[in-house]
Design a protein around this ligand. Structure first.
Ligand SMILES: [Zn+2]
Length: 231
């Protein structure tokens, strides 16, 4: 094993570990129910949160390295990569499916953040009624199919919904949001923004019907924002 890959994995582990603090900072998760993963650039590998470890106890070394089918890589003789003592998150198969089928994706996040999950519970997409939604999501935030955990059906639902959408977020019906990005930080940002707009549009709804934005305006806002901030 070359030092190159070990250095890369160490860096990705630190990044993925640190980003979990953003999930608690923005109150997107309770207990251990949310996770961040990142693709290991240049390798058929990903790094993801271990299952069942509290956010405040996470360390970079605990982040689990798996292949793109979610199978942990065996630790080498010195144990400096791969951590067979910890199992990867129970959502690993869904993250892995996304990396296999969306080569442009470098990061995936899953939470049960309250407002976004409330829209998912109704199976209702979040309409694009805010300029910040046009900027970040390029339209409404779509709903993905109901899917049971345990096979590829969640991953398949995420990919089928997002591949024809500008949105980096999908609300899996009766479940919650999954978000993607060019890297893990972008996917975390999408998770934070998804919850923010879910909350704001929910509140707007309480006193009336939010005003839709013309598609042409959505398109120009999205093009401008993505050009300026580089998606
Ligand atoms: Zn979940």
């Amino acid at each position: 094993m070359s030092t190159g890959i070990l250095d890369t994995i160490a860096r990705v582990r630190e990044e993925v570990c640190a980003l979990h603090a953003e999930l608690t900072r923005y109150e997107l998760v309770v207990w251990t129910a949310g996770n961040v993963s990142a693709r290991v650039p240049g390798h058929e590998l990903m790094v993801i949160k271990p299952s069942g470890v509290s956010y405040q106890d996470l360390t970079p070394e605990q982040m689990v390295v798996t292949d793109l089918y979610g199978v942990p890589v065996p630790g080498d003789a010195t144990g400096e990569w791969g951590n067979p003592a910890l199992s990867p998150s129970s959502d690993t198969a869904a993250h892995a499916y996304v990396y296999r089928h969306m080569p442009e994706v470098g990061g995936v996040v899953h939470t049960h953040s309250t407002y976004a999950t409330a829209w998912a519970a109704r199976g209702e997409s979040i309409p694009c009624v805010l300029t910040m939604m046009s900027d970040e999501f390029g339209g409404s935030i779509p709903v993905g199919p109901f899917a049971l955990i345990g096979d590829d059906s969640i991953g398949h639902g995420i990919v089928e919904t997002l591949k024809n959408s500008n949105s980096p977020a999908v609300l899996m019906q009766n479940h919650g949001p999954f978000t993607i990005g060019k890297d893990a930080k972008s996917a975390v940002k999408a998770a934070v923004m998804c919850e923010e707009v879910a909350r704001t549009v929910h509140i707007a709804r309480q006193l009336g019907e939010p005003i839709a934005i013309d598609q042409s305006h959505i398109d120009s806002l999205y093009a401008r924002y993505q050009n300026v901030y580089g998606q």
